[in-house]
Design a protein around this ligand. Structure first.
Ligand code: FPP
Length: 261
């Protein structure tokens, strides 16, 4: 992809991205809620609440653009280390947001999926998650994946355990293990790998997000705090993505030749 492939809209003079330049799968670390609140002399939870509004906006934009999958890092395996009160309030927020949004998501043909160790959550949240997944399971539009109590290392360890159990049961041999087989035991195996990773809030880290699945993903970091991540901020990330040449280990010349073929 190149910037020449961006066509101009003569009416607004705004760059419009062609659908073939858009990522199929976007994965986001939504960082900066706490700082957003602090700047306004508000409690951190007010930042998370504003973060939910930003989630709504990004889900709507991705659905409109026919993005296939949007994966959001809502709560990492490491977030349990936060003060107990913040963890409790975050859980409440998840339950409320799920209850409030799920019918609207369903009406808009959005499929909701949660990845991560859900057994770590209380029974009410586990039930809310199961209900939301069940209600939306046959929807064919945007897939919204919420990574909750998720960690990339947890995901890989969990997959290796599953394969280990299959070896113990005599179903496969150690020699059968290939990257493809390991991938099939991981979260998100049914979806294309993320094309674009976005992290808001200024930090330039992966922070134990989708470690395996991000192998060839384009990384985009922005200082915008998550509650401020609006349509314009999303457009900026998509424009940056559209200007990159994805080589997957090949040379630039090979990629250009293949495109011309
Ligand atoms: C990081 O900001 C954000 C989180 C740990 C929670 C993210 C949760 C939401 C956006 C709300 C709910 C999401 C869904 C899907 C319903 P931070 O607290 O680390 O910010 P800081 O770095 O400024 O302190």
């Amino acid at each position: 992809m190149s910037t020449q492939m961006l066509s101009n809209n003569t009416h607004t003079d705004k760059k419009i991205l062609k659908s073939e330049d858009l990522p199929r799968h976007i994965a986001i670390i939504m960082d900066g809620n706490g700082r957003w609140a602090l700047k306004r002399y508000l409690p951190r939870i007010a930042g998370h609440k504003a973060g939910v509004e930003a989630v709504r906006g990004v889900v709507e934009s991705c659905a409109k653009k026919d993005i296939e999958v949007l994966t959001l890092f809502a709560f990492s395996s490491e977030n349990w280390r936060r003060p107990e009160k913040e963890v409790g309030l975050l859980m409440e927020l998840f339950v409320t947001a799920l209850g409030r949004e799920v019918n609207k998501l369903h009406k808009n043909n959005v499929k909701l999926k949660v990845i991560g160790d859900r057994l770590g959550f209380n029974a009410r949240l586990q039930k809310g998650i199961a209900n939301a997944e069940d209600l939306t399971k046959d929807n064919t539009g945007l897939v919204v994946v919420i990574a909750a109590n998720y960690g990339g290392r947890w995901d890989i360890t969990h997959a290796v355990k599953k394969l280990g159990e299959q070896i113990e049961a005599g179903e496969i041999n150690a020699a059968d293990i290939t990257p493809e087989l390991l991938d099939s035991a991981l979260s998100l195996t049914e979806y294309p790998e993320p094309d674009l990773f976005i992290r808001t809030g200024g930090e330039k880290r992966i922070s134990n997000f989708l470690l395996w699945q991000l192998a060839y993903t384009e990384l985009y970091f922005t200082d915008v705090l998550w509650p401020d991540f609006n349509d314009a901020a999303l457009e900026d990330s998509l424009t940056s993505f559209a200007g990159r040449q994805r080589r997957f280990g090949q040379t630039g010349e090979q990629v250009e030749l293949k495109k011309g073929a």
